[in-house]
Design a protein around this ligand. Structure first.
Ligand code: 8BR
Ligand code: ZN
Length: 285
């Protein structure tokens, strides 16, 4: 490992909101997820607090990274970025209020939340009546797909990162992971904002779960709150993925909504609407 990579993966560096995921991507030659996830789990002290098998965890994280497609935005970099932002957001009062295994499964929801993303959105899959849209009844199609893939991977005996738990606790935490990932569906955003008007009691399991779901959602939408030079790179990536879906729709003779149409969309306006409509209300709350 180079000195620069070692420094970038130090606890001080990975616990910073300004962490440079793009540099990590370069230094790891396009494989940032497993190394960062491993470093974050260590930083939270979970390897010592829980009886996690290090070899199994490494195998699991590498398999996770492999299951991300080479999409322009929904790739291992985005998964690593969301996990790192989530790790930042849970620190302090929240981390102290949750059990170590609950924190472990919450952090694993970062890499899990977009696994196997095909680079097109729910609306496209539903319009096509794609097999996964049919399978998941046209409801939170991608999010259910991601959660299912993550849980299936975790169920493989050589990647069973929860093997140190009782069967009952394991079931509970697997269900927890699913509920966290399902809440990354952007269509639930307004419901989340509404519920944030209520007071949260971190000693109440339901409020605690909702808080963690909200933090994962916030980590997913965190890049507009990052330093400008970092945010701009994410913007280019998401717009490129949107436009490639638009191109595909045009080729298929489908109607292309302006946001996905490279000839009609203004990236700046789309991003401004995204900040005002989604990111700012969430971070203000
Ligand atoms: P997922 O990453 O779980 O798909 O959720 C984030 C969604 O927010 C994206 O798919 C996209 O629809 C929307 N989004 C937009 Br619009 N601009 C974004 C941006 N700059 N960063 C992240 N998400 C963005
Ligand atoms: Zn995401």
């Amino acid at each position: 490992m180079s000195d620069e990579l070692e420094k970038l993966l130090s606890p001080e560096s990975i616990s910073s909101w300004d962490f440079d995921l793009f540099r990590l991507n370069e230094l790891t030659k396009g494989r940032p997820l497993a190394v960062l996830a491993f470093a974050l789990i260590h930083m939270h002290g979970l390897m010592t607090k829980l009886k996690i098998d290090e070899t199994v965890l490494k195998r699991y994280l590498v398999a996770f990274e492999d299951m991300y497609n080479t999409c322009m935005y929904h790739n291992p970099m985005h998964a690593a970025d969301v996990m790192q932002a989530l790790s930042y957001l849970v620190r302090g009062e929240i981390e102290e209020s949750i059990a170590p295994d609950e924190l472990f499964i919450t952090l694993l929801a970062g890499p899990a939340h977009d696994i196997g993303h095909p680079g097109v959105n729910n609306a496209f899959l539903i319009k096509q009546q794609h097999p996964i849209a049919i399978k998941y009844n046209n409801t939170s199609v991608l999010e259910t797909h991601h959660a299912t893939l993550a849980l299936d991977l975790m169920a493989e005996p050589d990647k069973d990162v929860l093997s140190f738990l009782s069967a009952e606790r394991k079931d509970y935490l697997r269900h927890y992971l699913k509920e966290l990932v399902l809440h990354t569906d952007l269509s639930l955003h307004n419901k989340i904002i509404k519920r944030l008007e209520e007071n949260m009691d971190l000693s109440d399991p339901e409020d605690r779960k909702f808080t963690l779901q909200t933090l994962l959602h916030a980590a997913d939408l965190s890049n507009p709150c990052k330093p400008w030079n970092i945010h701009v790179q994410w913007t280019h990536a998401i717009l490129a993925e949107f436009f490639s879906q638009g191109d595909l729709e045009r080729e298929m003779g489908l109607e292309v909504i302006p946001m996905l149409d490279r000839n009609a969309s203004c990236g700046r306006t789309a991003q401004k609407n995204f900040f005002i409509g989604f990111v700012r209300p969430l971070y203000d709350s």
